[in-house]
Design a binder for this molecule. Structure first.
Ligand code: SF4
Length: 392
């Protein structure tokens, strides 16, 4: 267990939150097989109110303003999330953004975004987002066959057609500027190139590939200790994408390249960048990142809520501190690893094992190592070619 008081005595300082993820609606209109909210160890959504109360939005706005003031922040990001946020109605979502911006005042820029399955994303919703410059990210797992393998309605119908309709609208004028990208969960049963091509068809400004959330106690669906199937899948896409640079941004690859070149990563998926994200549930409770729901019931909880506690109180929570500690939170194996500072031990939740907690390599360790090694080899070969000098 991390001793936060001792860390503070030794001069460690927390990094303020800059991203506030609001669970505006706790239910979903899809029933995806791998969903980390509804199908994994933590079932706390069952006790959450369906929708965030308007009074809590005002409280959240005051807390965000207070946090920004205490830490001299000039901008923050508010992410509308769920469940499926559009189930709250686009008018309600617009009101949330409007309320927060009015409550925090003109000194703090509030960038707003929504992550949606897009089933309910229509022209009326996009007009309302356009008026407030709310950026839209959409979840899609690739081709009709690939997407509908997991992303289905509760009655078994696939969601692809509805999402494709929404993406054609989002990707065209006058809404194109709102389009932030696609989020694709890797399923090894899908062909990587077919998946990539199907995503590119919608001309996304960026693609995020996510591996299914897993721990050492609940390993990935197809974990094989003698193979690296997730790395192999991603490397096939990397090689295809690397040869066509400029087609889109693939954040996972670009983050690895950035860190290999000595820069810092922008997310906690790769590298040692401190987490700056906090979650507010529909009942106002403050939680850690959603991916922890794979660990066990209540693993994301902090015991805090926005009515009684400031966000600074959450900054002292051992779980949040651990996700900000970077190198010092890594296991001995990761600290001794050739790619320890590039990989950063993988996503925090993926390190969990009963007994040793989070001081383990990622359950995706072999895949991460192989992927990073491959990307490094491609970069080194390119640098050798362009400089004519040996690079080790
Ligand atoms: S590759 Fe494995 S051992 Fe190396 S830092 Fe990542 S998780 Fe840790």
């Amino acid at each position: 267990m991390i001793d936060v008081d001792e860390l503070l005595r030794r001069g460690w300082r927390a990094h303020p939150f800059r991203q506030f993820l609001l669970k505006v609606h706790s239910r979903c209109n899809l029933a995806c097989d791998y969903c980390y909210v509804y199908t994994l160890a933590d079932q706390s959504w069952r006790s959450q109110p369906m929708i965030m109360d308007p009074a809590l939005i005002t409280v959240a706005a005051h807390r965000i303003a207070q946090h920004a003031d205490d830490h001299d922040l000039t901008s923050v990001r508010v992410i509308l999330h769920g469940g499926e946020p559009l189930l709250a109605g686009h008018g309600y979502l617009a009101n949330i953004v409007d309320t927060i911006r009015k409550e925090v005042g003109g000194g703090l820029r509030v960038d707003a975004a929504i992550q949606t399955n897009a089933v309910l994303l229509d022209a009326a919703a996009l007009r309302s987002f356009s008026a407030l410059d709310v950026r839209v990210g959409v979840s899609l797992d690739g081709s009709p066959r690939g997407n509908n393998r997991n992303r289905r309605f509760a009655d078994g119908r696939g969601s692809y057609d509805a999402v494709a309709r929404a993406l054609r609208l989002l990707g065209s004028e006058p809404f194109r500027h709102l389009y932030s990208g696609l989020l694709c969960t890797v399923d090894l049963a899908n062909s990587p190139i077919e998946t990539y091509e199907a995503l590119i068809e919608f001309e996304p400004p960026a693609i995020d590939f996510l591996v299914p959330h897993a721990t050492w106690d609940s390993p990935p669906p197809t974990r094989d200790p003698d193979a690296t199937p997730y790395a192999d899948w991603l490397i096939t896409i990397f090689d295809h994408w690397y040869g066509s640079r400029g087609e889109t941004v693939i954040r996972l690859f670009e983050e690895i390249i950035n860190v290999l070149l000595g820069r810092s990563s922008a997310t906690e998926v790769i590298g040692l960048t401190p987490s700056s994200l906090v979650v507010i549930e529909t009942d106002g409770t403050i939680e850690q990142t959603d991916s922890l729901k794979v660990v066990q019931q209540g693993a994301a909880a902090t015991g805090l809520n926005i009515v009684d506690h400031s966000f600074d109180a959450a900054l002292r929570h051992p779980g949040i501190v651990a996700r900000q500690l970077g190198w010092d939170a890594l296991s001995d194996t990761c600290q001794a690893c050739r790619f320890g500072r590039v990989c950063g031990g993988g996503l925090y939740a993926h390190r969990y094992r009963t007994g040793s907690g989070f001081r383990n390599p990622s359950v995706y360790c072999d895949d991460l190592y192989r992927l990073i090694e491959h990307i490094r080899a491609r970069l080194v070969a390119d640098l050798r070619r362009s400089t004519g000098r040996p690079i080790t």
